[in-house]
Design a binder for this molecule. Structure first.
Ligand SMILES: [Zn+2]
Length: 114
């Protein structure tokens, strides 16, 4: 299995900020410690399986993606099932940063219109 070692992960924390970790995709235990909202992450049977304590609704959400999907799309986005707002990104670092930037920008625009 070919899997990019430069994959990054960004997870929203309880304060609504994204914790992003670059190129440490295989250090899952350390990730769990650093990103408290990430309950578990593992790669099994060609799939990536995550359990995240949702900072938005307080429930824990399970996500399952094929690694094929990740390598072809370059990025995976998971959102809160209740509210539909993204809570994590996995994939290419630059793509993740762009998504987060775009999202923050949208928020600012909405705020400015109020
Ligand atoms: Zn949620």
């Amino acid at each position: 299995m070919v899997f990019e070692s430069n994959m990054s992960i960004a997870v929203k924390n309880e304060n609504g900020e994204y914790k992003i970790r670059k190129g440490c995709f295989f250090k899952f235990k350390e990730l769990n410690k650093e990103i408290t909202s990430l309950n578990s992450i593992k790669i099994f049977n060609g799939e990536i399986i995550l359990n995240i304590q949702c900072p938005l609704c307080g429930e824990s959400h399970y996500y399952r993606y094929s690694l094929k999907e990740l390598t072809s799309e370059g990025i995976l986005i998971g959102g809160c099932e209740e509210i539909g707002i993204p809570i994590f990104y996995i994939g290419n670092y630059e793509k993740i940063m762009k998504k987060i930037f775009d999202y923050n920008n949208t928020n600012k625009n909405i705020y400015a219109m109020l």
